[in-house]
Design a protein around this ligand. Structure first.
Ligand code: GAR
Length: 212
């Protein structure tokens, strides 16, 4: 893989990083299995906790997994192990799917423009933890999710796509989170398909699709 260029190799190999239940990872797996992401495959799923529920699902689905425990380890040292694993598996695109750990600058630099994240808000509103609760408590009328490239700032890099939903008067924070999650499951595969096409460029911090 060459650094700094769009991910246009076929197959496009994903390295998915999780910390928890892994529903976005499963949605991506389903998209691949159902033929909605041609030329894309999951090379490895990596967790930073041994108790991530998503790991058990991977075992059922036959997806390869690795665990690199992050607790108590210096960030750069842990990330170096993760990066080495991603390279061993020839990963082209690093997909953060509920990976609840900040990445070191070294890691972000090593995979420049090859790391994507999904966040459960319409960025730049409500970065950080519990974005759905933040949106609900603030009282905004439209919420949603964002898929973006990862840069050195939290929930900040170029936006690939967003999906918006209205917040209903009957919503509570849990029902809102559940409806945003449904949108996430659509958004992530769509964003990966766009990256796999290679048909995009950056204008400053703007990700734009090239006219075909
Ligand atoms: C998702 O809602 C994702 O957007 C969020 O964690 C959840 C993981 O769910 N990520 C963040 O908040 C990152 N800032 P999942 O493990 O079922 O995919």
């Amino acid at each position: 893989m060459t650094e700094d260029t769009p991910a246009t190799r076929s197959p496009l190999k994903l390295g998915i990083l999780i910390s928890g239940r892994g529903s976005n990872m499963i949605a991506i797996h389903n998209s691949i299995r159902e033929g909605r992401l041609p030329g894309v495959e999951i090379a490895i799923v990596i967790s930073n906790t041994a108790s991530a529920c998503g790991l058990a699902v991977c075992r059922e689905l036959g997806l390869p997994t690795e665990v690199f425990l992050s607790k108590g380890r210096p960030r750069a040292e842990h990330d170096a192990d993760v990066a080495a694993c991603l390279r061993r598996h020839n990963v082209d695109l690093v997909v953060l799917a509920g990976y609840m750990r900040l990445l070191s600058p070294e890691f972000i630099h090593a995979f420049h423009n090859r790391i994507v994240n999904i966040h459960p808000s319409l960025l730049p509103a409500f970065p950080g933890l519990d974005a759905q609760h933040q949106a609900f408590d603030y009282g905004v009328k439209v919420a949603g999710c964002t898929v973006h490239f990862v840069d050195e700032h939290l929930d900040h890099g170029p936006i690939i796509l967003q999906r918006a939903i209205p917040i209903l008067d009957t919503d509570d924070a849990d029902s809102l989170s559940a409806r945003i999650l449904k949108e996430e499951h659509i958004a992530y595969s769509e964003a990966i398909a766009r990256i796999a096409s290679g048909n995009y460029e950056f204008l400053g911090r703007r990700y734009v699709r090239r006219a075909s």
